[in-house]
Design a protein around this ligand. Structure first.
Ligand code: PBG
Length: 364
């Protein structure tokens, strides 16, 4: 009998105890890097739960400020607002109306955040706005439509980015510190940058949805904004099969002046997040989208998955892939967990946390 070779490398040593695992974690999720997307709908008088996103709601104008304040107190780093107008038209007029629902919501959110900052003496969340027309058009597309000579209806790129520029200026006037163009139009970042600069908003930043894939995981979001979309967005959002194109989109956005580049969805694009993070000289964000949220919530509701552990694991993986900023519907809830514990504790399934340490593998 040949004796087994001695084992000199024992990676398990660093996994022996909670203490050791806590010390050796390479990345951590921190509340300051989490951004909470919130919805406000013009026709509501009370908040309306979103059926496909349990725990999330469309807010009324009245309920929004308190919800923003509560989220701000959790210690998160940002709030991204989406507006659902009463009236939609072909060109999305309500989106650029200085007194449209999103602009009013931004003003009230601005006030709520400023109040929380005064009350706590700490920096509150950065206020952001979705800079896209899909919530405001009656056809649900991210821009204005044009009929091509051969009879196809497509989104008119150049007419749309001109509107985005005006929209961004209204959002900045209403208190947005970062605008988030999510429509995947060519040249949108440059158009917004020059419109903001011309209007005196040189300090308003652009969180560019750079690599945004046409994804089935946006399904529940379409409920959240009562989307009118028929068909799909595949003439402007990217094919899931394409990685190089994602890098090109990020490069173009950087050249056009993006302050932060974003990859979306997060969970199915970890390779893209990694690749962008390796080259982009700006912070990289990732959007854990509605379908990613819904899947974990649904499985947890059935008792098929440990909800808290799955949430923290999904966020840690996005962080590990290279995103420093994460948009997630769990932002305030996770921020509260992280303040109670730290990430090492939160990563461990809740019912196992604080169990007796496993016997060390090396003899003492
Ligand atoms: C477009 C927009 C979408 C999402 C964010 N911004 C929808 C789409 O592109 O169809 C999806 C976010 C999510 O699914 O959570 N304004």
């Amino acid at each position: 009998m040949i004796p087994p070779a001695p084992i000199t490398h024992r990676p398990r040593r660093l996994r022996t105890t909670d203490r050791m695992r806590r010390l050796t974690n390479e990345v951590r999720v921190h509340p300051a890097n989490l951004v909470y997307p919130m919805f406000v709908k013009e026709t509501l008088t009370v908040p309306e739960p979103i059926a496909s996103m349990p725990g999330q709601a469309q807010h009324s104008e009245d309920s929004l400020p308190a919800a923003v304040a509560e989220a701000a107190r959790s210690g998160i780093g940002g709030i991204m607002l989406f507006g659902v107008p009463q009236l939609r038209d072909a060109v999305g007029s309500a989106g650029i109306d200085p007194d449209g629902i999103l602009q009013r919501a931004l003003r009230s959110a601005r006030q709520a955040i400023d109040e929380v900052e005064r009350e706590t003496g700490r920096p509150g969340p950065v206020l952001m706005a979705d800079t896209c027309l899909d919530e405001f058009t009656d056809h649900g597309h991210c821009g204005v439509l044009e009929i091509t000579p051969d009879g196809r209806t497509i989104v008119d790129n150049d007419a749309t980015i001109e509107i985005y520029g005006r929209m961004a200026v209204e959002q900045a006037k209403a208190g947005a510190e970062l605008v988030g163009p999510s429509g995947m139009m060519d040249g949108q970042v440059a158009a917004i940058r020059s419109a903001l600069d011309a209007a005196g908003f040189a300090d308003t930043g652009i969180l560019a949805y750079s690599a945004k894939y046409a994804s089935a995981f946006y399904g529940p979001f379409r409920d959240a904004v009562d989307s009118a979309l028929q068909g799909d967005r595949r003439t402007y959002q990217m094919e899931v099969a394409n990685a190089r194109e994602g890098l090109r989109e990020a490069d173009l956005d950087l050249a056009e002046g993006a302050d932060i580049v974003m990859v979306k969805p997060a969970g199915t694009s970890l390779d893209i997040i990694r690749a962008v993070a390796e080259t982009a000289p700006v912070p990289v964000a990732a959007y854990q989208v509605s379908g990613e949220y819904a899947m974990i919530e649904a499985a947890a509701e059935r008792g098929w998955i440990d909800r808290r552990a799955a949430i923290v694991e999904s966020l840690t993986a996005i962080r590990r892939a290279g995103a420093s900023i994460i948009l997630t519907y769990w932002a305030p809830e996770v921020a509260r967990w992280l303040r109670e514990d730290d990430i090492a504790a939160a990563v461990t399934p809740t019912h196992h946390w604080r169990q007796v340490p496993i016997v060390p593998s090396t003899p003492r």
